[in-house]
Unconditional design. Sequence first.
Length: 106
Amino acid sequence: MILHVAKKNAEVNKVSAQEGIILVGQKPTPNYVLAAVMQFSQGSDQVVLRARGRAISKAVDAAEIVRRFLEGKVEIADVKIGSEKVGEPGKERTVSTIEIVLKRVE
């Protein structure tokens, strides 16, 4: 099951129930917190928050809120940072990325 939530500027925010991946973008932080908590309540053992550019701080905030809300049940298992090139050839620019893995504690 894949849920698509329309965003400004014709971008799409995807939440994949099968993979537990949440792409963080322009929506308010509580939306991503709710999506992560719902993934865990539906039985997911792992949720991944991915963001790039200005949304990185929002992803970090969402991960910390989820960790505190589900204290003792969820922990931050891994954080990966990197960069990727975006844009058309000749007008490419480098954008920072982050991937935060939240894992259920057994």
